[in-house]
Write a protein that binds this ligand. Structure first.
Ligand code: TNX
Length: 536
């Protein structure tokens, strides 16, 4: 049964007939724990479909129940909140009959996931204040427990209301992790009261003349709570020992004697300077940062320590940094995530390694063209980086760590959109947004791959923590450009992270995707109107 739902549910059996959802129906909860998810659903249906459910009526019943749930295997992978997959079960049932709807699961989170499916069904069938739904029984659950989006808030500082919109998008597609890339060369975006210059000085920059900024502690608390209400865990990233120019501008005493960088000739540059693991000041700094950041993200069982692209550093110094930083994270009761380069150090089997560099794609790139685009001193560094990158995922697995799959080819959304937009007004942005050194990708490309089959060295789902898309903002200056980069690709990432079928039928997916624009219009979200899709 092809329901217009993304990600596609694991099982859906058609019944006969339809159910009219409108003002005559209301939501009844059979457990007080479900009052909040019920209220959120009523609010969402009002916004997405213009349907006002009645607080006095019944018809949509929510309950804590395990009926049929075990027909579906539990998720593979790890949860970012550290809960056991069996305790934080996301599997749900949803039954629509001519008389009404039942949504159930063993946790409030499961019921929220089920209501999200119902929400998409209602929105895609809504007309003039009612929706005629197909009757069906769905039992569904995620393939992977960690389904995320990594958001770069440094190259462009995205204000809290923009981040809230991104959380709304994640929740609509059953993504449950928002990874905030909070620090980088161009800026530092989070308060560390014991190190005030990080925000007074380090936060002022961004790419080019874009405004800087940072999240105050109360803004972080509000974002984390907003996300938690939608069953999204916010995982903080403090990128070190590279990507630390903003730290050096705030605390020059942490910088190496000579700051080195490679000029890219287009107003940007690649930084080669890194924090020094052999200096006591470095570790006093890292401890201050961890002590301030960790309590701001109570739901996250993890701290992301970055550790990517430390081009100016020896392998020994990099490994020494990673091992010491990881120990400080663990000493504070948190687990470690790092970009794939951390696998070159000694890591623990509790660590999560974020696989990003698709070496095959990079190697197949036109090297003459690359050579003509890049400064000559950068090329050998990149070639050397790729040579090492090949071994990262296998090394992580050999150390018993799990991979969080974010390959540049399929999950880096900051690559240009390949196909034209059916709205000529979007063509200028399409040509400008996305890093030019990545080959452009279609929406179809985004769903025709598999996280297990396409990750080197991986044979089974259990070797993964999950799947995470990433959006880097060098070429994304506004919230409109951010939304146009996230939609519709985010839906495709969710399909890969949640849906159990390892191959996606493009025409079926395209039909489901086309109907999603009904929600986006109601929400006022900008999306890239690729000509590949018949938008509703
Ligand atoms: C690589 S992915 C980076 C980022 C860039 C991105 C552009 C990673 C760990 N580092 O600093 O923004 O490529 O796609």
């Amino acid at each position: 049964m092809n329901l217009p739902v993304i990600p596609a549910p694991a099982t859906a059996t058609a019944h006969d007939g339809t159910l009219i959802v409108g003002a005559a129906l209301g939501v009844v909860v059979q457990s007080a724990d479900l009052a909040e998810v019920a209220a959120r659903f009523v609010e969402d249906i009002q916004v997405d479909a213009g349907i006002a459910l009645s607080p006095e009526s019944a018809g949509i019943t929510l309950l804590i129940d395990g009926d049929g749930i075990d027909d579906i295997a539990p998720a593979a992978g790890l949860r970012a909140d550290g809960q056991a997959i069996t305790d934080a079960d996301e599997r749900y049932g949803l039954e629509i009959t001519g008389e009404g709807v039942r949504v159930w699961g063993r946790t409030a989170e499961a019921v929220h996931r089920g209501l999200t499916t119902l929400r998409q069904l209602i929105t895609t069938h809504a007309q003039d204040g009612t929706a005629a739904l197909p009757t069906t029984r769905i039992v569904d659950g995620p393939r992977f427990a960690w389904r995320g989006l990594s958001l770069d808030v440094v190259r462009t500082f995205h204000a809290p209301d923009v981040v809230r919109r991104v959380i709304d998008m994640c929740s609509l597609y059953k993504l449950n992790v928002l990874h905030l890339h909070l620090t980088d060369d161009q800026g530092w975006r989070i308060e560390v009261p014991s190190r005030p210059a990080l925000t007074e000085v380090g936060a002022t920059g961004a790419v080019g003349d874009r405004p800087g900024g940072f999240y105050s502690q109360s803004e972080v608390a509000a974002l984390v709570a907003y996300a938690a209400e939608r069953f999204v865990t916010v995982v903080p990233e403090i990128d070190m020992p590279g990507h630390t120019s903003a730290v050096f501008s705030a605390y020059p005493e942490l910088a190496p004697a000579e700051i080195r960088s490679i000029d890219l000739g287009n107003g940007s540059s690649i930084q080669l300077s890194t924090l020094d693991p052999d200096r006591d000041e470095t570790w006093a700094f890292v401890e201050d940062v961890l002590d301030a950041v960790i309590p701001q993200f109570p739901q996250s069982a993890y701290v992301h320590i970055g550790a990517d692209e430390t081009w100016g550093m020896s392998d020994e110094a990099h490994a020494s940094f990673v091992e010491q930083a990881a120990a400080l994270v663990r000493a504070r009761g948190k687990r470690v995530v790092g970009w794939q380069e951390v696998a070159r150090a000694a890591i623990s089997s509790d660590d999560v390694v974020q696989y990003w560099m698709d070496v095959a794609e990079a190697e197949s790139a036109d090297s003459d063209k690359a050579a003509s685009m890049l400064p000559p001193d950068l090329l050998p560094i990149l070639v050397e980086g790729l040579r090492k990158a090949k071994h990262d995922a296998p090394k992580a697995l050999a150390q018993g760590a799990r991979l969080l799959v974010s390959p540049t080819t399929w999950l880096y959304f900051d690559r240009p959109h390949a196909d034209a937009s059916s709205d000529p007004g979007q063509e200028e942005a399409r040509k400008r947004v996305g890093l030019p050194f990545y080959p452009a990708a279609s929406i179809r490309d985004g769903v025709e791959w598999d996280p297990v089959e396409n990750t080197p060295g991986v044979q089974t789902e259990d070797q993964l923590a999950g799947v995470e898309a990433a959006v880097w903002c060098e070429t994304i200056a506004t919230s409109d450009e951010l939304e146009f980069t996230l939609l519709p690709r985010l839906a495709g990432a969710a399909e890969k992270a949640w849906t159990r079928q390892t191959s996606t039928d493009w025409s079926d997916y395209a039909t489901r995707l086309g109907r999603q624009s009904l929600t986006w219009k109601h929400r006022g979200w900008t999306w890239f109107q690729s000509v590949e899709i018949n938008w509703a």
